[in-house]
Every structure is written in structure tokens, then in C-alpha cells.
Write a protein that binds this ligand. Structure first.
Ligand code: ATP
Ligand code: IP8
Length: 263
């Protein structure tokens, strides 16, 4: 089984207008997956991109539900609007996969996961296992979540993958991003790291100043790297450029160009 994260930076321009969607890239990703399916099982998890992040930020979903009724009422509306934005992204992605003849099936994240401060504490993986057994391609997504500590929160696609990797022990996890992999510094300034060891992730986070919060509601590359360190206990991990044809296929075969964390 291979888990592919289609980053929000791949299917949309996160700095562009709200809900912009790069259909051509998603179609090419679906075609690359079709080269390996049904020989291999896939689970797709996509991120928020220009759909979930702006809404989540606007309504301060990560701050949880406040005590005061009036502000909590507005947050509840924002919680649902953020989810609806994610459903629209998911609908477009699932639509493209179906169009390419792949049996994609949408799994609404907030209906099967509960979090505590953004970390999964409960997940109904039985549904996902059964979908795989019946040869579907489940498509999950970063979403809002009901949270045991704060009432409500955001669950990143990256945290979902950590949980799935622990429960399902996939052969590989492939993160598709809009850059060639993980850089030792800012992309374009630092060097691309092709072989990353799990033990090197802590010092890299410090070099990338990952103690400070980023602009992304789920923490951007810092969150991804922290989760990758946990995922690598269960699976090989790749970070490749999802905008460039063939990079996903290369990671699936194992001879790809990008960053690899061996198990
Ligand atoms: P989403 O969370 O919406 O799904 P995503 O999974 O595509 O998005 P981001 O959280 O946006 O990923 O992280 C990828 C971005 O991180 C890239 O666009 C890249 O420019 C940026 N980035 C910053 N520092 C680094 C680095 N050292 N190595 C790789 N990418 C980096
Ligand atoms: O982009 C975030 O998921 P991510 C989901 O995978 C929302 O971190 C709703 C912002």
C-alpha cells in the first residue's frame, strides 16, 4: 500500500485567489497513479491549499470554541464553512480521478477522526481497510475536527498520514509538493537533501527555525517534517515535486528524484 499526500501547494496556488484549482496537474497525477493501480493499493490524502487554509485562518478555528455564546456561534459557522470549502476541493479531486477511470472514493475526515490539540486520538480505519480490500482508492483530506481539548480544531493531512502509517504500515508514503523535495534552507537558497536520515530531522528543524509558527494554519514544512519523522518509523518516506511529470512514478518505483527517508 502506498499513501500519497497531494499537497495543497500542488493542486492550487496557495498565494493565489481563494479556491483556485490546477486541474491539469491533478489529472496528470491521476494518470501516473493509473500506471501502477491495481498492481498497488493507494490511499490519497490531500491538503487544504487555497480552499481550507484561508477559511480556517479567517475564523480562527485553531483557537477552539470560546466560552461566550456569540463568538462561539460565529466559530461554529466558520467551522462548517471551512469543511464545505474542503468538500469542494475534494469533490474536484475525486471527480478528476473518476474521470481517469480510477475508483476513487471520498472519505470525509471529520466524520471518522477525533483530535486532541490537532493530534488524532481516534480514527475509524476499518472503513478505509474495507475500501482497500474492495479495491477502491480512498481519498481523505485535511479538514476541521472535533477536538477533545478545544472543542474544535484543524486536522492536517500530514497528521492523518502519521495515524494511517501507524495503523496500516504502508510500503511507502509520498508527499507531493511544489518544490523538488526538502532543502537545507529555503528552497532555491539551500541544497536539496536527497537522502535524509531520521536522526537528522531534529537538527534540520532547528536550522529551518521551526520553533516559530508559520503563516500556514497547520505549520507548513515544519509540521510536515515533524510528522515525517514519526511516519518513517513505519514506512519509507519520499518528498517529490508533484508539478513535474514522472516524479511521482519515480518515487513509486523507488528510483525517483527528490528526498528519501529510508525506513
Ligand atoms: P497543504 O498544507 O496546503 O497541503 P503542502 O502539503 O503542499 O500544503 P506546505 O505546507 O505548503 O505543503 O509546504 C510546502 C512548501 O514549503 C513549499 O511550497 C516550499 O516552498 C515550502 N518550504 C519552506 N521551506 C522549505 C524547505 N526547507 N524544504 C522544502 N520546502 C520548503
Ligand atoms: O493542508 C489543512 O490540511 P493540510 C486543512 O494538509 C485545512 O495541513 C482545513 C486547513
Amino acid at each position: 500500500m502506498i499513501i500519497v499526500k497531494v499537497g495543497g501547494s500542488v493542486f492550487s496556488d496557495k498565494k493565489g485567489e481563494a479556491e483556485n484549482f490546477d486541474e491539469e496537474t491533478v489529472r496528470r497525477i491521476a494518470k501516473e497513479i493509473a500506471e501502477f493501480y491495481p498492481g498497488k493499493d493507494f490511499i490519497i490524502v490531500h491538503g487544504g491549499g487555497s480552499f481550507g487554509h484561508p477559511e480556517a485562518k479567517k475564523y480562527g478555528i485553531r483557537d477552539g470554541l470560546p466560552e461566550d455564546w456569540k463568538s462561539a456561534s460565529l466559530k461554529r459557522i466558520g467551522f462548517s464553512l471551512t469543511h464545505q470549502a474542503m468538500l469542494r476541493a475534494n469533490d474536484m479531486i475525486v471527480g478528476v480521478f473518476l474521470d481517469e477511470g480510477l475508483p476513487a472514493f471520498s472519505v470525509s475526515t471529520s466524520s471518522i477522526f477525533l483530535t486532541r490539540n490537532g493530534e488524532v486520538v481516534h480514527g475509524d480505519v476499518e472503513v478505509i481497510k474495507k475500501l482497500i480490500e474492495n479495491r477502491f482508492i480512498p481519498i481523505l483530506f485535511g479538514d476541521v475536527s472535533l477536538d477533545l481539548a478545544k472543542g474544535i480544531d484543524i486536522l492536517s493531512g500530514d497528521q492523518i498520514i502519521t495515524y494511517l502509517a501507524k495503523m496500516l504500515e504502508p510500503e511507502k508514503v509520498i508527499f507531493l509538493m511544489d518544490v523538488d523535495g526538502i532543502y537545507d534552507g529555503k528552497p532555491g537558497e539551500g541544497e536539496l537533501i536527497q537522502d535524509l536520515k531520521r536522526a537528522e530531522i531534529g537538527p534540520l528543524l532547528e536550522r529551518l527555525h521551526c520553533t516559530a509558527a508559520g503563516t500556514d494554519v497547520t505549520g507548513g514544512i515544519c509540521n510536515k517534517l515533524r510528522e515525517a519523522a514519526k511516519i518513517a518509523e513505519h514506512s519509507e518516506v519520499w518528498f517529490v515535486n508533484g508539478k513535474i511529470p514522472g516524479r511521482l512514478g519515480g518515487a513509486v518505483r523507488g528510483d525517483g528524484f527528490g528526498t528519501r527517508i529510508a525506513r
